[in-house]
Write a protein of this length. Structure first.
Length: 132
């Protein structure tokens, strides 16, 4: 009888452990799914901001195309800064793919900074063109 009780207690303990492991695995899967959704949302937001800035770049580039080469030396240098900022922002967006919960804020802060730098570089490039 003691052996039966002991076996039953072991069975209950094993069952409880299995349930706990399944719960932990389900929780881990839920966390991973939430993390993936967050990554995609942050990337989508960043792409939207970048697309807005790229529209501004297209406007400035269009103005530059109508400007004589001798009048846009300063623009040519400034637009290189814009291109460098675009590349940096692309790296920031890609960084979300490997982001852990603890690193989202850091990546977001760098992205915001790089977006601001690009916006300023576009403004500088625009200012280097003669007024039409």
């Amino acid at each position: 009888r003691i052996k039966r009780i002991s076996a039953y207690n072991r069975f209950q303990a094993d069952e409880a452990i299995n349930k706990a492991q399944m719960s932990a695995e389900e929780a881990a899967k839920a966390v991973q799914a939430a993390l993936e959704k967050a990554r995609e949302a942050y990337k989508a937001d960043a792409r939207t901001h970048l697309a807005d800035l790229n529209k501004e770049v297209a406007e400035v580039t269009s103005l530059a195309a109508k400007t004589a080469a001798k009048d846009k030396a300063g623009y040519d240098k400034a637009i290189k800064d814009v291109i460098a900022d675009q590349k940096e922002i692309a790296k920031d967006i890609a960084a979300y793919d490997k982001a852990a919960l603890e690193t989202f804020k850091t990546i977001k802060a760098k992205l915001v900074k790089d977006l601001a730098l690009m916006k300023a570089a576009i403004k500088t490039a625009r200012s280097k063109l003669p007024k039409h």
